[in-house]
Write a protein that binds this ligand. Sequence first.
Ligand code: AMP
Ligand code: ZN
Length: 142
Amino acid sequence: MNRKDETCIFCKIAGGEIPSETVYEDEDFRVILDLGPASRGHALILPKGHRKDLTELSEPMCGKAFFLAGRLGRAMMKELGCAGFNVVQNNGAAAGQTVFHFHIHVIPRYEGGPEMVSWKPGETDSAEQREIAERLSEGLLL
Ligand code: AMP
Ligand code: ZN
């Protein structure tokens, strides 16, 4: 049984209580078109169960969601004629998440389309990189 949050709009959309432009549905996921698309065909992969972000997703669900993103990207290139696609997934308000029910954005990218999903490379040094790598290694073991 998928857990639900009564106040969550994506729970209602994923569960079919609120209608959406659905591209794909199975027992675990619904794929819909984004209402405010970054480009033509921008889609969202939503789990049917409420998970606030990636930190709450199980390994099999992660696998299934990412596999779905690849299939969707392939369909976008074939059917919509995009030249590539971005897979974007925001976790936390600081990272741009506005709906706190896990979702993956799959965004078609067209030849000559606008610049998006990019950053200016920063600077670092090897000591700082070493310290960060060690801290993250320890954190992963917890
Ligand atoms: P994020 O900023 O990563 O949390 O993305 C939330 C996305 O959900 C945005 O791209 C919105 O355009 C989209 N969105 C919000 N409400 C709806 C809705 N009712 N149906 C489809 N997409 C929505
Ligand atoms: Zn939800």
